[in-house]
Design a protein around this ligand. Structure first.
Ligand code: GLN
Length: 477
């Protein structure tokens, strides 16, 4: 069977009678089995997906299918789906079943998407390699000795390896964009507040966003138009109307793009990533766009600022896993205090503990001003400078990651090196603005590479249209 990479081709073949949706679902289920070694899925909903496929197939044929009819989607194990388990890649809620669905899941189902399973991720989305999962590391399908990126590693690999057509991940500091770059697919982090977080397990609430991972920009646009928008259950979801992203994918004019010279001279930037970024700049110039260097003097501060703030927020968000309300309770506990201590000590992984400890430290009375207060002020500077650049430019171009996918185990002993690898993704997260990673190249060893574009606040439509244009132009060469 043909390996589908876009919803439009799936829908076309179903309409013409060439394809039955249930066959396609079976194909994905077979591939999930064949590629079990990748460890992309934590759980597969085989029977349900087959059943839904029969219904949706009929709807497509009768012309009553929703916008996502025929789209087989996987969801990160952080996204609640009523009656299904959700564990955030953690032992602490390993056996927790969602009592309601997240808004994004409700919206997917309302438009006839088929949810095929939940996908492996770093514990509570804390990580950039998917090695912090209670269910073990995930492998990159381009090279099984490499990581897929994280924290939405399972979600990106599932699309890369053809285990589903699209995934929903979450991005706090790069967790959709970085694995998308490592796996050669498209990953979009929307503007903060564009997509409801109702029913999404929280990591750092002033950053978290849900975002699509797809082969094509068209499918990312479709998913966005379905999941975005106001939500009575999430007061941080913006009231701004949602454009029909999939209908505004044509680029109407030449664009003004800024690139940040500091990113290209940054220490540890891989020469192949640098070359691809420079080639992309050259291509855009050749196509008649304006691309100019604009200094961003805060690059050295983005990673420390991001980690101080997210660890602080995480330490507060994760206080709810106390062994009392729900989730794991230590069998060795004898009173309230040992219930807290032992349950949390026994069921959180090392990285999550590190962040809870550091987050509690930066919020503690004696250190609050020096760390948390200061980081908030620096965040504001970063946001204002970034907004200022975007007042005069449509987009900011920068690499998604300093290098291609690294080896499994290569950075696990050195958390700071792991954190520093987020240097290019956290700027958009701190500023709360949209950013997309596009699969624009490969290394000599055939590892995928991404280039990132940051857009204006709530400028997803322009960012998506430009992304489609750039992928098309690059393909044509
Ligand atoms: N790697 C970053 C971190 O560990 C980003 C994670 C994310 O976006 N969820 O925090």
């Amino acid at each position: 069977m043909e390996q589908y990479t876009s919803l439009s081709s799936v829908q076309k073949d179903i309409k013409s009678g060439k394809l039955q949706l249930v066959e396609l679902v079976n194909k994905y289920l077979e591939r999930i089995e064949d590629k079990k070694h990748l460890n992309a899925f934590v759980e597969v909903y085989a029977a349900e997906a087959r059943q839904q496929a029969v219904t949706v197939n009929e709807k497509i044929l009768s012309g009553s299918g929703g916008k996502l009819a025929g789209m087989v989607v996987g969801i990160k194990d952080l996204i609640c789906y009523q009656g299904h388990k959700v564990s955030a890649g953690s032992k602490i809620i390993e056996n927790y079943t969602s009592i309601f669905s997240s808004t994004v899941v409700e919206r997917l189902l309302a438009e006839d998407a088929i949810i095929i399973g939940r996908q492996n991720c770093d514990e509570f989305a804390m990580g950039g390699s998917n090695e912090n999962s209670y269910y073990g590391a995930v492998k990159n399908d381009a090279d099984n000795s490499k990581v897929p990126g994280g924290s939405s590693g399972g979600s990106a690999v599932a699309v890369q390896a053809g285990l589903c057509l699209a995934s929903l991940g979450t991005d706090t500091g790069g967790s959709v964009r970085q694995p998308a770059a490592f796996c050669g697919v498209v990953g979009l982090k929307p503007t903060y507040g564009r997509v409801s977080r109702h029913g999404i397990i929280a990591y750092a609430s002033s950053f978290d966003q849900v975002g699509p991972i797809t082969h094509t920009v068209e499918d990312a646009a479709l998913l966005m138009e379905v999941i975005a928008g106001p939500d009575d259950y999430d007061s941080t979801a913006s009231q701004l109307p949602v454009p029909e992203y999939s209908q505004c994918l044509t680029l109407s004019e030449k664009k003004r793009i800024a690139y940040l010279p500091e990113t290209l001279s940054s220490e540890g930037l891989d020469p192949e990533v640098k070359a691809l970024t420079e080639q992309t700049i050259q291509r855009l110039l050749d196509e008649g766009h304006s691309v100019e260097p604009i200094s961003f003097p805060y690059l050295d501060y983005v990673v420390p600022t991001y980690y101080i703030l997210t660890m602080a927020e995480a330490s507060s968000n994760l206080a709810r896993y106390d062994g009392v309300h729900y989730g794991y309770r230590s069998p060795n506990a004898v009173d309230l205090e040992t219930t807290y201590k032992k349950s949390r000590s026994e069921a959180f992984g090392a990285e999550v503990k590190r962040r809870i400890l550091l987050g509690s430290f930066v919020l503690s009375a004696g250190h609050y001003d020096a760390f948390y207060g200061k980081a908030q002020r620096v965040r504001r500077l970063i946001r204002e400078k970034t907004d200022e650049i975007l007042e005069n430019h449509d987009f900011i171009l920068l690499p998604t990651t300093p290098g291609p996918a690294f080896g499994i185990g290569e950075k696990t002993d050195d958390p700071v090196t792991m954190y520093l690898a987020d240097i290019f993704t956290v700027q958009a997260s701190l500023a709360g603005i949209p950013a997309i990673s596009l699969p624009l190249g490969k290394t000599n060893n055939n590892l995928p590479l991404g280039v990132q574009f940051i857009g204006k606040r709530f400028g997803e439509a322009e960012l998506l249209a430009f992304s489609k244009y750039l992928l098309d132009v690059t393909k044509a060469h």
